[in-house]
Design a protein. Sequence first.
Length: 110
Amino acid sequence: MTPAYLVAQLEIKNREEYIQRYGLPILAMFEDVGAEVLAASPAPKVLEGEWAGNWTVVIRFPSMQAAQDWYHSAEYQPLKELRINELTEGGSATLVEGFDPVALGISIFP
């Protein structure tokens, strides 16, 4: 099973409030679905292009289906609404499938 990664770039209003009201409850939810926060930073190092927001997070899910099921779950919807309507001033979230060279027909061994 190929993992999936959620990359979110957010403009949070108040970091302490965001962590207490959204971050802590979501960590328990992630444990239940087998997801893991790999990186979270208020100041990522931008190498190219524009990067808006004051919070970036990378989360690994066991699969694309697990990530989509979590994102659309009834349990997550109140937290999603809280994040969008109260705790942030915008941002973006993207799901990407993990890199599987075998699935692409690429052999890393001669």
